[in-house]
Design a protein around this ligand. Structure first.
Ligand SMILES: [Fe+2]
Length: 409
C-alpha cells in the first residue's frame, strides 16, 4: 500500500480511537508508599488471606541486601514463600514456562514481582498463564491475546526497583521468542498488578547511569503521553505532575541518589503516574526509535528514549506548540510567544540530558541500517503512536535520523 494511503487509514483509525481509548476502564493498582513500606507488605498479604506467594526476580537482585528486606518481612509473618530468581532481561517463553511451573509446584496464591521492568513484565505473563492454565506461546499474538488474558491472575504485587518503566501500572507485557528473537507484546487489563509497593530503600543503590536512563524513560512516557492525540484532562494532570517532578528530582537522584530518599521516592511516583497515563494515551515516536536502537545496537531502552525525546519534540513543535507551551508553563520556562515557550521545553530536555551526561545524538546509526530501521519504526508506530506530527514517508524518517547522527547540542 502506498505510504500516503496507509497514513489516511491510520489517521482515520486514530480519530476514532482517540474518542474510545481514553474512556476504557484501565485498572489502577493500589499503592503502598513510604520510606519503609516493604515492612507493611506482609501484614497486607496476611489481611488478604494470602499464604503461598511466589517471588519473581533475577538472579543478581536476589543476592542483594534490598531483596533480603522483602524476605525478612515475609518471614516475620511466617508466610510460606517460594523464590523464582530465573527472570532475565527480555524474558523468553522458556523462562515464562519455568515460572508457570514454579507457581503450580508451590500451589501459589499470589505473585510478587520485585526488580526492574523485565521482572514485572515477565511476571504479568507468568501469573496470568499459571492461574488460567494458558500456553504463553499460543496467546501472544493479535487481538485474541487480549481476550485470553483478560481474566486476572492470582493476587499480584509489583515492587519496582528502578523508577522508569512504569510497568507496575501498565497493561503491557512483553515476551521474547528465543527462536526468532522477536519480541511479542501483549496488552490486557488482566495483567495490571493489584498492588504497587514503593520503598525508597530499594532504589537508593541504583548507579547514576541507570538512574539517568530509567528516569529519562519515565520522562519520555510522561511527555509522549502528554503529546498524544489521545490525551485527556485526567492524563494531562498526571503527566504534568510527573514531568515537573522529574525535572526537579531526576538531577538530584542522579547526583546524590544514594543519600536522597526524597528524590528516589518522588521519581518512583513520577514513573508510576506516567505509567498510569500512557496506559490510556499510548506513546510516541521516541519510543519507536528507541525500540529499534535497542534491536539494532543494544542501546538500553531508557537511553534510546533519552536520545530520541528532544529531537522528537523539536519535530513535533510546528504542529503542537500549544501543547509544549503548557509544559513550559508547568516548568516555569520563559517565552513571550507560544513558539518561544515550546522551544524552551525542547531546549530544557536537551539540557537535562547534558546534566545527566547523555549525548543527544544518534551516533550509533549506520547508513546501511537506516532504511530497515525506518521501516520498522513506521511499521510499529503508525498504529501505536497517536502523534500530532507524523513522518510523510519512509525517506522523511530516514533523513530525520541521519541528520541527527552527528548532532551535538
Ligand atoms: Fe519506555
Amino acid at each position: 500500500m502506498l505510504y500516503k494511503t496507509e497514513r489516511f487509514f491510520v489517521n482515520t483509525y486514530h480519530a476514532i480511537a482517540s474518542k474510545a481509548f481514553p474512556r476504557m476502564p484501565v485498572p489502577v493498582p493500589n499503592v503502598l508508599n513510604g520510606d519503609k513500606s516493604l515492612d507493611t507488605l506482609a501484614k497486607h498479604l496476611v489481611d488478604k488471606g494470602i499464604k503461598r506467594p511466589v517471588i519473581f526476580t533475577d538472579s543478581f537482585f536476589s543476592t542483594l541486601p534490598s531483596f533480603q528486606l522483602l524476605i525478612d518481612t515475609l518471614e516475620k509473618k511466617n508466610i510460606d514463600y517460594k523464590i523464582f530468581n530465573d527472570i532475565q532481561p527480555d524474558p523468553s517463553y522458556a523462562i515464562v514456562e519455568k515460572g508457570i511451573a514454579a507457581c503450580h509446584e508451590h500451589n501459589y496464591d499470589c505473585a510478587i514481582a520485585i526488580g526492574g521492568g523485565s521482572s514485572i513484565d515477565g511476571t504479568k505473563m507468568i501469573n496470568g498463564c499459571a492461574k488460567h492454565n494458558l500456553d504463553p506461546r499460543k496467546i501472544t499474538h493479535g487481538l485474541m491475546s487480549m481476550l485470553q488474558l483478560r481474566r486476572k491472575g492470582a493476587y499480584f504485587v509489583a515492587i519496582p526497583t528502578t523508577s522508569g518503566t512504569g510497568s507496575e501500572a501498565t497493561t503491557v507485557t512483553v515476551v521474547t521468542d528465543e527462536k526468532t528473537n522477536q519480541k511479542n507484546a501483549l496488552v490486557s487489563y488482566g495483567v495490571v498488578p493489584d498492588l504497587a509497593v514503593f520503598d525508597s530503600r530499594l532504589t537508593m543503590a541504583l548507579p547514576p547511569h541507570i538512574t539517568a536512563s530509567t528516569g529519562m524513560d519515565a520522562l519520555t512516557h510522561a511527555m509522549e503521553s502528554f503529546m498524544s492525540t489521545y490525551s485527556t484532562k485526567q492524563t494531562d494532570e498526571m503527566n504534568l505532575k510527573s514531568i515537573k517532578r522529574i525535572f526537579e528530582f531526576l538531577p538530584r537522584a542522579y547526583k546524590n541518589g544514594s543519600e536522597d530518599h526524597e528524590a528516589r521516592t518522588e521519581m518512583a511516583l513520577a514513573s508510576f503516574d506516567a505509567g498510569k497515563a500512557f496506559s490510556k494515551t499510548l506513546l510516541g515516536w521516541a519510543h519507536g526509535i528507541s525500540h529499534q536502537l535497542g534491536a539494532f545496537y543494544k542501546v538500553p531502552h531508557g537511553m534510546g528514549c533519552a536520545i530520541s525525546l528532544p529531537h522528537v519534540l523539536q519535530f513535533a513543535l510546528p504542529k503542537a506548540s500549544d501543547r509544549l507551551a503548557i509544559i513550559a508553563d508547568t516548568l516555569g520556562l520563559e517565552g513571550s510567544t507560544e513558539k518561544e515557550k515550546a522551544q524552551a521545553v525542547v531546549d530544557a530536555v536537551f539540557e537535562l540530558n547534558r546534566t545527566l551526561n547523555i549525548d543527544s545524538k544518534f551516533d550509533m546509526l549506520k547508513q546501511e541500517d537506516v532504511s530497515a530501521i525506518a521501516k520498522n519504526i513506521i511499521k510499529e508506530g503508525n498504529m501505536a503512536y497517536p502523534s500530532h506530527r507524523n513522518f510523510d514517508s519512509y525517506r522523511h524518517l530516514e533523513s530525520f535520523l541521519m541528520e541527527r547522527r552527528d548532532f551535538a547540542y
